[in-house]
Design a protein around this ligand. Sequence first.
Ligand SMILES: Cc1cc2nc3c(=O)[nH]c(=O)nc-3n(C[C@H](O)[C@H](O)[C@H](O)COP(=O)(O)OP(=O)(O)OC[C@H]3O[C@@H](n4cnc5c(N)ncnc54)[C@H](O)[C@@H]3O)c2cc1C
Length: 310
Amino acid sequence: MIRAGLLWLSEQPRIFKFVRANGLARKFAARFVAGETVESGVAALKQLNAAGITASLDLLGEAVHNAAEARAARDTYLHTLDRIKAAGAAANISVKLTQMGLDIDAASCVDNLRTIIAAAQADGSFVRIDMEQSDYTERTLQLFRQTFHPQFGNAVGVVLQSYLRRTEQDVEQMIALGGRVRLCKGAYKEPEAVAFPGKRDVDANYVRCMERLLLRGNYPAIATHDVRILEHAKAFARDKGVAPVRFEFQMLYGVRRDLQLALKRQGYNVRVYVPFGTQWYPYLMRRLAERPANVAFLLGNVMRESLRRN
Ligand SMILES: Cc1cc2nc3c(=O)[nH]c(=O)nc-3n(C[C@H](O)[C@H](O)[C@H](O)COP(=O)(O)OP(=O)(O)OC[C@H]3O[C@@H](n4cnc5c(N)ncnc54)[C@H](O)[C@@H]3O)c2cc1C
């Protein structure tokens, strides 16, 4: 129930307006979001790089309201790629199609993203297309299969979510295509008709899809903080002779930093997803929904800091 409530809150723009004006909420966000500017994102990835961890920068914000906002997001991404290059940082970017204007005009959304991927490709970098709610799954995968992958090959990849019933088939399609996949569990509120309601089924589907991707995928990204699944991935790869250079683990900024460093020390490729930007509220609420104990954890941290300062 708490999860459902937090996910509902993540979709309320009026509440975001109120929350953004509140200093305490910004402190909450700082645990999971690098900051509001490109520079804050670049600073975070420099710190990660210093520990041998690569990154993917994500400009927060989804479902823009008009074409001008979509172009502004595109331009921020182009600037971000320039800053990554200038900093000599080991990082790529993650982009959402609705942020590029998918709901406003599909053709200009494609143009915006093409411009970004072309710039990334010229820098030897990479663009991951994040996966959003299930209403967008088919359109996202179709654009990837028919438009972006044929033009840009390994400079672009997509995300599949194990909570969706369709995902096992999508994994097979991506394997046949040679498309690069990030596998995650899925972060949105979805109806039972399309998604497994039980965590056990979501996890079991994750493991099935992950094994297929480790065996046959094109440099899959195993995006999870689930220790049991991570251990399974390591043992499975070892048993099947899949070398650690053939895949990477991915985690979210501020989540299980101990685990990120431990995996790196064990010789695995680790990439951290680093969100930045002013539109941090829905992202923060999704992170709290994943682990409602975070609400208490974050409140405790903020209280302790305030007491120390006073
Ligand atoms: C790199 C990356 C990219 C992602 N991209 C997408 C995307 O494009 N589309 C999408 O729908 N979702 C995306 N997600 C989110 C993902 O779908 C899950 O919602 C999220 O990763 C939590 O699931 P989990 O696999 O960690 O497993 P869970 O079963 O939720 O968690 C396993 C354990 O991890 C720890 N943990 C998990 N979340 C948190 C948290 N917020 N705070 C503290 N501890 C936590 C806890 O110890 C928990 O017991 C992404 C996740 C990652 C890591």
